[in-house]
Design a protein around this ligand. Structure first.
Ligand code: IMP
Length: 200
């Protein structure tokens, strides 16, 4: 049996990853709330999602046995030079609400139409053990930023993001459906394809 610790206190992420790895009877998925050791709080000060995910996974893996998985994600717009990017959660200000972040983005795009509103969600996942990086996985989904928020589900920028090939925003989709097509689902799919080699 191999333990995988998900370096997050986020319940939704833990649930999603647990569901995805349930076919592996030899993997036990744990989260920071399940272990007695409290690894140091890691400052997410990287310039890229990858830097943040690697830092979280590698540092946490120095304090626990088995595999550690960490992720970092956010929204990227070419027209804004990559913003909100790694600052997606605190785009409007430190501890900003989702509504404030969405409002700020819609304001910046106020006079922009068509392709200028193109955006992608990125999710980077890093697997590490004993302070060593094992592998990185990245999922990306492209879409458009709407003119107004639509839908009640999800979180973050979901009400203003319509993935390419769809008419609905992420917030108008059920969680189950979003979790099949999202950037996080795509990164986790890759992880699932590659994880076998790290399991005893
Ligand atoms: P983190 O990966 O939990 O640090 O997420 C960073 C921020 O990116 C979140 O607070 C959201 O603002 C944004 N974000 C990441 N993934 C999603 C998503 O699936 N939907 C909407 N917003 C997201």
């Amino acid at each position: 049996m191999t333990n995988i610790l998900i370096a997050t206190h986020n319940l939704n992420k833990r649930k999603e990853i647990k569901t995805l790895l349930k076919d592996f009877s030899n993997i036990k998925v744990l989260s920071l709330d399940d272990i007695k050791i409290d690894p140091p709080r890691i400052v997410e000060d990287g310039k890229t999602f990858r830097q943040n995910a690697v830092k979280k996974a590698v540092i946490t893996s120095q304090f626990v046995d088995g595999l550690v998985l960490a992720d970092d994600s956010g929204l990227v717009l070419d027209i804004l030079g990559g913003k909100p990017g790694v600052r997606s959660a605190r785009f409007a200000r430190k501890h900003a609400t989702d509504i404030e972040n969405n409002k700020k983005l819609l304001k910046l795009l106020e006079k922009m139409d068509g392709e200028k509103r193109a955006a992608k969600f990125v999710c980077h996942i890093t697997l590490a053990t004993k302070g060593k990086l094992l592998e990185n996985f990245e999922g990306v989904i492209w879409g458009m930023i709407t003119k107004k928020g639509r839908g009640q589900n999800g979180f973050g920028y979901d009400p203003i993001f319509v993935p390419d090939g769809y008419n609905k925003t992420f917030a108008q989709m059920t969680a189950a459906y979003k979790n099949k097509i999202s950037h996080r689902a795509l990164a986790l799919k890759q992880l699932k394809e590659h994880i076998q080699k790290y399991i005893n």
